[in-house]
Design a protein. Structure first.
Length: 188
């Protein structure tokens, strides 16, 4: 994970959006926000490769074996409705991170492709570095907001305990703690 440059105000937007969405769902800013609950609130369906039995075998195999290809998920339109397809062969924390990342694409209004099964596999969206960086940052804020990390750290929770509480990987917790400057604040 890198530390990309964002347009002015994007990080504040991401922090504010994370809190705003929690408040809309009646969740305290420092508490976990389950990705499936947020998706339901946003009226976005979360689907898995098995939900597409009509796909040609090669496309379905591409989606079902995403753990080998590194494929985690994608947000796209199906008949004009936003959906997320995630690789459920990955760990639950990875799936949670993927849902948040893909919801972040939708929140940011990033262009999404249409779902079209192709005989050579499934090609769903072009890669756009700026959009991916924004979705990575906002997705991280949705899953692990700075305020939640601050209070968890103040309460003496270990990175492993924070990861378990927020259904995140320890690597993601470490990254967000570093990016939010939590350890620097504590050492003052």
């Amino acid at each position: 994970m890198s530390n990309p440059k964002f347009k002015r105000g994007f990080k504040k937007f991401a922090d504010d959006k994370s809190i705003e969405l929690r408040k809309a769902l009646g969740i305290k800013p420092s508490h976990p926000l389950p990705g499936l609950q947020l998706a339901e609130h946003m009226k976005v369906r979360v689907l898995y490769p098995k939900d597409f039995p009509e796909l040609d075998p090669q496309s379905l195999s591409c989606l079902m074996n995403g753990h080998k290809s590194g494929w985690s998920g994608v947000a796209l339109h199906a008949n004009g409705t936003p959906i997320i397809i995630i690789n459920n062969s990955q760990s639950l924390p990875r799936q949670e991170s993927t849902i948040m990342h893909e919801l972040a694409h939708i929140i940011c209004g990033h262009p999404m492709g249409e779902f079209k099964p192709l005989s050579e596999g499934v090609f769903l969206r072009d890669f756009n570095k700026e959009c991916e960086d924004e979705a990575e940052w906002l997705g991280g804020c949705l899953q692990l907001p700075g305020i939640a990390l601050y209070y968890a750290h103040q309460d003496g929770l270990s990175m492993e305990s924070i990861a378990e509480k927020f259904n995140a990987s320890v690597d993601m917790v470490r990254y967000r703690i570093n990016m939010c400057g939590i350890l620097k604040r504590r050492s003052r």
